[in-house]
Design a protein. Sequence first.
Length: 366
Amino acid sequence: MNALKLLEFPILIQHLILKSMSKSEVLCLSFVSLRTKEIIRTVSWKAIGIFYDFRREDKKPQFILELPDDDYKVTLISFDFLAKMHRGLKRYKMMEDGNVFNFRVSFDSTEGEPMLEWIFEDYIRDLSFEIMHCYLCNLFKAPNDLQLLINREIAKEFPFERDVKNVFLDGNYVDSEDINKFFDKVEVSNCIWIRSLIQDDDLRENSNVFKSNTLHISNSRNLKPNNYNKFQGIHAVFSFAPVKEKDLVAFIYHWKESKNTKLQSMVIHSSSVFRHPEYVKSQFIPIEWDPATRPSHYEIKSAMVKLLPPQLTLFDCTKGFDIRRKDGRLATVFIERSIFAFLVWSGNEVQPTFPDNRNFNRPHFT
């Protein structure tokens, strides 16, 4: 699209043309002039957020724009153009917060995405992520929260100290020490999803991994049950956990004796079927369900509803039993086959709407 031609159309036609373009093309068009950039900013993109994807083999960070219908790759960042001396590439100036930064635009040979090539200097490497993040958030009117998609290699050598909203840790395996060190640098306010197998059980009790609002560990087979008591957030899911009925009893007792007022749900998907759920019930003074006290179903409302199947986020609590803590807090214990759910009621819940039509195919948190 010729930028001058775009400017000749009425604003509605401009918006239709921009929405028909790839998000990478829109980004490149924004570099042409301030006027085209401002036109792009008037489009209602309805952006949910922006992710930094560090998982490429060449370690070039990729920016992903998250929209309601899908995720869109926008651009890559590279720092090696001075070494290659790409000639014939136009130099652009990006002006954010009163500063001027020079970079060049080329295209990735494998996927054809635009690649912003920066001068390799330490201060530019640190600033480039912030610059591009601010620029993309401003261009697509996206929330300015930092969100990361990483693997084990990046977790081991992540160079920045940041407060971020969401972290997605992917790969075949990861060591506890790598997790401890990474979350010493990064404190996550909303969600952590660790899809990698954690090879050992050495997560520190004070690790920031237990302090996010939402935690999902997809492969917990090497973690001991005492890790459940370390969680200080709101919603947690531990999958493929080697947990027995006695461990569930210990967790419930720990909550009953604690002053934890933040926890709302703890879901443990065991690696085997619970054979004696009646044993758990026998260790407490159970309260049978009273429709006047709480709804029949509990719906976990967090970022995980787009990541997990309904059997891990929507529970028929008429099949469970209730317990009450000394401070009056009511919780439901739900055990069915290999799933244990501990659900704390606030008193403000409403009956979920049926049928449940949620989409569970998002690749990462929103």
